[in-house]
Design a protein around this ligand. Structure first.
Ligand SMILES: Nc1ncnc2c1ncn2[C@@H]1O[C@H](COP(=O)(O)OP(=O)(O)O)[C@@H](O)[C@H]1O
Ligand SMILES: [Mg+2]
Length: 315
């Protein structure tokens, strides 16, 4: 026995299927592609917006920040990181601009004095009037060289410590040597410089940079102390630290000026009369101590004296 359907309808059905496929498949493909494109476009829109904001940011307007909708939660972390980076860049640019303004101002002053001294000298007829003007010029040139040397040290101190310059430093000997050099400086003004230094206090660091700090503190102590005063370098081991106090019996610093004396180019108005300087020494000292993972602090009583304290981790 055989069972079967007549084949009469089959070609028609096949024909219908072919027609339907020919129409439906492209429509389905088109719809799927469009849907995919729509989803991708929606997902990428916030990234495109971040991208165009970042493209619009110039060095002159670093205050702009990237925004993101609260619904784009996956992107919020990224946007926070980008905005943090922009904030740090903005501060660095701001500091750099202030620094350049201050530095050029600091160099401008001796240059103008030198220019007017030269003009003044040109108009002099009497030969004996020239040497004192040359002395003035020399003083200004010395000041300017000091500022340039300080600026150079500051940029070197800003850079991280070079491993090649690191050594196990005998800080006691360094303090003792510095006190001796400062003592010669103080002699001219009858300022007695003493050292009370525990032996064999060792720290790890760049001996030249550390010596620079000691000489800076000593130089200030003598500069801002009047004749007959005293300066003391006192070094002790305290816990895991070397602690150095440089104390003077000088004019001191007013309480409202104290927080600013480590700023670049800051000079306390009360201490300024007649004492020359560019206001960079303490900024350099602070930076050097910081790259050595140490700290520097000051306490002062106006009229009776100042103490600078340096703490450095022992080797
Ligand atoms: N030992 C000190 N006694 C009193 N004032 C000081 C002392 N050391 C620093 N200062 C104050 O801090 C300021 C900044 O010091 P510093 O950075 O060394 O610059 P400079 O000595 O060139 O003025 C000084 O101008 C002074 O006003
Ligand atoms: Mg100084």
């Amino acid at each position: 026995m055989q069972i079967g359907n007549p084949l009469g309808d089959v070609p028609e059905t096949l024909h219908a299927v072919v027609i339907a496929s020919a129409v439906l498949v492209p429509v389905v493909v088109l719809l799927t592609s469009f849907g995919g494109w729509l989803i991708a476009a929606r997902a990428l829109a916030p990234i495109e917006s971040i991208n165009s904001t970042l493209r619009a940011i110039e060095a002159t307007e670093l205050s702009k920040r990237v925004e993101v909708r609260p619904t784009d939660r996956e992107l919020q972390g990224l946007v926070r990181t980008i905005n943090g980076l922009l904030g740090r860049l903005e501060r660095a640019f701001h500091d750099l601009r202030n620094f350049t303004t201050d530095a050029s101002h600091q160099l401008q002053t001796p240059l103008s004095v030198m220019k007017s001294t030269i003009e003044f000298a040109r108009r002099r007829q009497v030969e004996t009037e020239i040497p004192p003007l040359l002395d003035d010029l020399e003083e200004e040139v010395t000041d300017m060289s000091g500022v340039v040397a300080d600026l150079q040290t500051l940029s070197l101190a800003d850079a991280e410590l070079q491993p090649a310059h690191l050594a196990d430093v005998d800080f006691s000997t360094l303090c003792f040597d510095a006190a001796e050099i400062i003592s010669a400086l103080g002699e001219a003004r009858s300022i007695v410089v003493q050292a009370d230094v525990s032996p064999d206090v060792r720290v790890t660091g760049d001996p030249h940079k550390l010596k620079h700090v000691l000489l800076n503190l000593g130089d200030n102590a003598v500069k801002y102390t009047s004749s007959g005063g005293r300066v003391l370098f006192r070094l002790r081991r305290e816990g895991g630290h070397a602690v150095l106090h440089v104390t003077d019996t000088g004019m001191g610093v007013a309480a409202n000026e104290l927080p600013r004396i480590f700023d670049r180019f800051y000079r306390a108005p009360s201490a300024n009369g007649g004492v020359r300087g560019a206001g960079l020494g303490l900024a350099i000292a602070k930076r050097i101590i910081e790259v050595h993972h140490g700290s520097i602090a000051v306490s002062s009583t106006p009229g009776s004296g100042t103490t600078f304290s340096v703490r450095l981790p022992l080797t």
